[in-house]
Design a protein around this ligand. Structure first.
Ligand code: PMT
Length: 318
């Protein structure tokens, strides 16, 4: 493994993000619309950037093979729904093809099970699913048409980190009212673009010997440079329960996160430990029909309000 690169050289050597100027323009408009205070005092929403799904690491520039990260995107998609319900505007930075807000209930194998063809050859939703589909369409359209949901897709680690930087710098004007909820599973190791094979790696040469560089941890850059006032929540995923809380506490202190949500691969759907300020709070769901994310977002919304209140109070006293 090669030593961790610095963030500047990571960005300088990454392939440019496709449609970067269009993405930046959309972002600016979204942030401006949601942070604008009308003369009546309305219009302003808190903004949260939710990251979701796993990043890939391509092994070839004309990519045939890649290393992937575990994440279906369910946590990010469900959390986005609850943030919208709580009145936040959401920038949903998600892996292409991963779970999406308001459609995560669709069956994995075939969504064709949801449709029927009528005798006059019209397509309609099967009666048993009609209520749930109507509600999902209504909620989704309300979020998109009401300007409170912006979806930005990524596949590779290069795209993900460029998007995160773009979102963070666009959100800097929102200050204390901005939140980052970093649920994406982000690659720790990668092949730098300039040392990556251009074409498909050939198997005729025998076993593959490959060095991976460390992806720079962007949590410190996010906290210290891109969004110093934002309320930042990072996730910690481990497979060994003996080190989970200790690693999460380390991340809280080292990267000055406001909250770390710790979860184990074996139980991440059933429980998480929320760690902040020396306190830890285990949240469990009571049954399979319940979303753990509903409880997580309720708690985070409260902590965010307290953070805004205490930061504003502190400033007013000085
Ligand atoms: O999508 P689901 O299937 O529902 O699964 C949800 C989940 C288990 C993926 C989610 O709950 C979760 O734990 N996400 C974080 C996974 C992860 O990358 O954990 P980590 O321990 O490797 O990284 C910790 C933090 O560092 C993350 O917030 C990540 O954004 C950040 N990081 C990681 C690598 C890197 N190079 N830079 C970073 O900033």
């Amino acid at each position: 493994m090669v030593a961790a690169g610095d963030p500047e050289s990571f960005f300088a050597t990454s392939p440019a993000l496709r449609d970067a100027s269009a993405v930046a323009a959309n972002l600016q408009e979204f942030v401006a619309c949601n942070s604008h205070v009308s003369s009546e005092g309305g219009g302003r929403r808190r903004i949260v950037c939710v990251t979701s799904g796993g990043t890939t690491v391509p092994l070839e520039q004309r990519c045939v093979r890649y290393i992937d990260n575990f994440s279906s995107g369910h946590r990010g998609a469900a959390s986005t729904e609850y943030f919208l319900k709580a009145g936040y505007a959401v920038i949903f930075v998600h892996r292409r093809g991963s779970c999406q807000p308001f459609s995560r209930f669709l069956p994995d194998d075939s969504f064709l099970q949801f449709f029927d063809v009528t005798t006059d050859l019209k397509v309609q939703v099967v009666e048993s699913q009609a209520t749930v589909v109507k509600k999902a369409i209504g909620d989704y359209r309300k979020a998109i048409e009401g300007g409170s949901l912006l979806k930005l897709p990524f596949t590779t680690i290069f795209e993900y980190l460029q998007l995160l930087k773009m979102v963070a710098t666009s959100m800097s004007s929102v200050g204390l009212h901005g939140m980052f909820y970093l649920a994406a599973a982000v690659s720790d190791f990668y092949v730098p673009w300039d040392s990556m094979a251009k074409h498909k790696i050939q198997s005729a040469g025998g076993p593959l010997d490959m060095k991976l560089s460390q992806v720079p941890k962007m949590l410190s850059v996010l906290r210290n440079q891109w969004a110093p006032l934002a309320f930042c929540i990072s996730f910690k995923l481990e497979t060994d329960s003996d080190i989970l809380v200790q690693k999460a506490e380390m991340a809280l202190n080292k990267y000055r996160m406001n909250v770390v949500v710790a979860n184990l691969l074996a139980t991440y759907k059933e429980e998480v430990v929320i760690i902040s300020n020396g306190k830890s709070n285990t949240i469990r769901r009571c049954n399979k029909d319940e979303d753990l994310e509903e409880h997580i977002i309720k708690l985070l919304e409260k902590s965010h309000s307290k953070y805004i209140y205490s930061s504003t109070e502190g400033r007013n006293k000085n």
